[in-house]
Design a protein around this ligand. Structure first.
Ligand code: PLP
Length: 421
């Protein structure tokens, strides 16, 4: 099928693809990987997070107009723009891990076992928890979640940001009461410096990535993300997708979804596609090499949340087993993809999607409009596509600069459309 005129931009883009080097495990071979997230962990995370004030599942939006233009059966967009008012799915992970750190601290240091998040929210343990400082490196969204969790549950918080993090994202961290340290290097350096300062100053690192000897807290971060996966499975019901496209930074959200889908759907699980910026494609390079591989991020991408050169140690074994395709997305596709969702030219609901939310869409459109890629990835007229819209306008000024649109008015148009449908 020839690409629709509006989609030619995506068809022409430079898109690198690599398939997973390993065989697609099925049947018994599927069980050979030790799961990161047991059913007990995902159930506990959901039971806790669904009790937090203002919890609501994020919407799953059907985009029939875009689906018919792109020549597939259906497209669904899981929209994380309003998650707990923080603007991204990351709200689920960092804050949940802060709760787990504080509950663990109260048990170990003060003999208070089984403290629930509602008790921390009520402030009754604040005298004890305020002695603890959580620290994290971030390119925006994870740090916002950790800072929010620290404020909600009553502890101190220091966040490390790198040279490329926008002023708007820094201000959002300050507004949540975090102490912010800006370093001169890139994201991977901010992670190293945060861990070093935490050791020196007695802070507890709440990171969304994991490394040798540091796994437990990032596992809880991923348990928090799994709430989004469980919602999505329920929202889809019997409409099992054929393909899921998700953005990769260190690989935490991709691994969480891949593992949860594997548990749910087994051999019928969808083709799993990880999309990354060209300049920070550590998961892509790992897949191409057949082993965990780092890349040196020398050029900052617009897709700030994905500017990661080192793969999470927890995520890689899962993705090397369960992800099917890895693709890179050209920088020039970011603004057009954001506008496509905002302007909804094919009669769909307008959606506010930030820079790091759209590589899944851009990668899907690049694949669907390229006969070679579409064939490799099995995309055809009956395909049912799920896109994970991981953030909204987390930096509203940048959103406006890139799209020429005010995110608040796009959101209003989205609500109006939903009401009339
Ligand atoms: C909006 C957004 N999408 C996707 C990701 C990628 O998540 P991960 O680093 O777990 O791969 C991030 C990471 O910060 C993000 O902020």
């Amino acid at each position: 099928m020839k690409p629709h005129d509006d989609l030619k931009l995506f068809a022409r883009a430079r898109t690198r693809w690599t398939g997973n080097q390993g065989p697609r495990p099925s049947g018994e071979a599927r069980d050979s990987g030790v799961p990161i997230l047991s059913e007990a962990k995902t159930t506990a995370a959901r039971a806790t997070i669904s009790q937090w004030p203002e919890y609501d599942q994020s919407p799953l939006i059907a985009l029939p107009g875009l689906a018919s233009t792109a020549g597939v059966g259906q497209i669904f967009y899981k929209d994380e723009a309003n998650r707990f008012g923080l603007g991204s799915f990351k709200a689920l992970g960092g804050a949940y891990a802060v709760y787990k750190v504080l509950a663990d601290y109260l048990e170990r240091q003060h003999g208070l076992g089984g403290v629930e998040s509602s008790a921390l929210l009520s402030g009754i343990h604040n005298d004890l928890t305020r002695n603890l400082t959580v620290a994290s490196a971030t390119d925006g969204n994870h740090g916002r979640s950790v800072a929010w969790g620290a404020r909600l549950f009553g502890c101190e918080c220091t966040i490390y940001i790198h040279a490329g993090v926008s002023g708007g994202r820094e201000q959002a961290l300050l507004d949540l009461g975090a102490r912010v340290v800006r370093i001169t290097g890139n994201y991977d350096e901010s992670i190293r410096l945060c861990a070093e300062h935490a050791r020196r100053d007695g802070m507890t690192v709440v990171s969304d990535t994991s490394w040798e000897g540091y796994r437990d807290i990032p596992t809880e971060v991923m348990a928090g993300y799994s709430v989004m996966a469980s919602e999505l499975i329920e929202q889809l019901g019997t409409q099992t997708p054929t393909h899921v496209f998700v953005q990769g930074g260190v690989g935490g959200i991709a691994a969480t979804l891949a593992e949860r889908f594997d548990r749910e759907w087994g051999d019928d699980r969808p083709s799993f596609v990880v999309t990354e910026p060209e300049t920070a494609a550590c998961l892509f390079e790992s897949a191409a090499a057949g082993r965990r591989t780092s890349v040196d991020v020398t050029e900052e991408t617009l897709m700030a949340g994905l500017s990661c050169g080192d793969v999470s140690h927890l995520a890689w074994p899962v993705l090397s087993r369960l992800a099917d395709h890895f693709i890179t997305v050209e920088e020039s596709l970011v603004a057009p993809a954001m506008k496509l969702l905002a302007l909804a030219p094919y009669g769909d609901e307008p959606i506010v999607a930030g820079e790091s939310a759209v590589p899944g869409l851009a990668g899907f459109l690049a694949a669907a409009t390229s006969p070679t890629l579409a064939e490799r990835m099995g995309i055809e007229s009956e395909s049912r596509i799920v896109l994970i819209g991981t953030e909204g306008a987390t930096d509203p000024r940048l959103y406006q600069e890139l799209t020429g649109l005010d995110p608040a008015s796009v959101a209003v148009r989205g609500h109006e459309k939903r009401k009339t449908d």
